[in-house]
Design a protein around this ligand. Structure first.
Ligand code: C2E
Ligand code: MG
Ligand code: MG
Ligand code: MG
Length: 281
């Protein structure tokens, strides 16, 4: 297989690729096993209104503890699931669990669930979702789905059709990681979003970069023009929180307000401190 001149390097390269592929196949198999026994967990991260300081909802984030390798980052196992196709089962598991758990929370907070672009290519998504809502008893108004811009590229017409069906059920839809993907004003205009989630990279840069602040300001202005609330993700400092509030951002999420927690709805900071920080000004 190897070319004569660079034989050794090519062999090693191919061996390396095989090894990577083998590991990913193994991970996909282990993930399938975990899904089959409902072995994934969900961590919840609080979202708060910047007007009132009230909790507006919790984002559900998938967590997987591999029997040998320990906790694996979602970035890693979600991409393996998407590649191997088991993201459909994984996504359904996450949805069912999030709806079931949210239905039993003491407060009727909204739960936000991430959808993979692959899930949005399945015409059966809306039916599955309807079954899950019925089965868990969660009112549709308490569910929000987060999708990224990439989800809308593959087959725009069919994705739009599925999203409209979902919205018609009373479930809301947020555009996630806004500003990092393939954004166009046309996308915002033609899809029935209820919320824009501005990517945490802009919040991270905002203290140092006037340009990042300008982008945040522009997204908030855009949101207010088209009537979509804007949530800023990745808020870690009080300075960022102050800036977002003074720019008129509607909601925030981030380590300052609460880390994702496996204990269910919870906040890592004394909520009074945060509430005063939010209500100041
Ligand atoms: P995302 O939907 O943008 O989720 C937010 C990520 O930012 C989470 O990482 C969260 O822990 C992290 N984060 C929140 N606040 C802060 C902060 O203040 N600072 C920093 N540095 N990070 C913060 P996580 O849980 O590792 O998830 C990463 C990504 O994996 C998610 O990004 C989402 O795209 C994907 N993901 C997670 N769960 C699911 C799922 O159930 N289904 C699908 N399809 N994707 C999922
Ligand atoms: Mg998200
Ligand atoms: Mg996000
Ligand atoms: Mg993100």
């Amino acid at each position: 297989r190897a070319k004569a001149t660079h034989g050794v390097q090519l062999c090693r390269y191919e061996y390396g690729m095989d090894e990577v592929a083998r590991k990913r196949r193994q991970m996909a198999n282990d993930l399938r096993d975990a899904i089959a026994v409902d072995g994934l967990s969900l961590a919840y991260q609080v979202q708060r209104s910047l007007d009132s300081g009230e909790v507006t909802g919790y984002e559900a984030l998938a967590r997987w503890q591999h029997p040998i390798d320990g906790w694996i980052a979602p970035q890693d196992f979600i991409s393996v699931a998407e590649e191997s196709g088991c993201i459909i089962e994984l996504g359904e598991c996450v949805l069912r669990r999030a709806c079931r758990e949210a239905a039993s929370w003491p407060e009727p907070h909204r739960v936000a669930v991430n959808l993979s672009p692959v899930q949005l290519t399945r015409p059966s998504l809306a039916t599955t979702l309807a079954e899950i809502l019925l089965e868990t008893g969660l009112p549709p108004s308490r569910l929000e789905l987060e999708i990224t811009e990439t989800a809308l590229i593959a087959d725009k017409t069919s994705a739009l059709h599925i999203l409209r069906q979902i919205k018609a059920m009373g479930v809301s839809i947020a555009i996630d990681d806004f500003g990092t993907g393939y954004s166009s004003l046309e996308t915002l205009h033609s899809f029935p979003f209820d919320k824009i989630k501005i990517d945490r990279s802009f919040v991270l840069e905002s203290e140092k970069s006037e340009q990042a602040r300008a982008i945040i300001r522009a997204v908030i202005a855009l949101g207010s023009t088209i009537g979509m609330p804007v949530l800023a993700e990745g808020v870690e400092t009080e300075a960022q929180l102050d800036m977002l509030r003074s720019e008129g951002c509607s909601e925030a999420q981030g380590y300052l307000l609460g880390r994702p927690s496996l204990e269910g709805p919870s906040e890592s900071k004394p909520s009074e401190i945060i509430r005063t920080a939010i209500q100041r000004g």
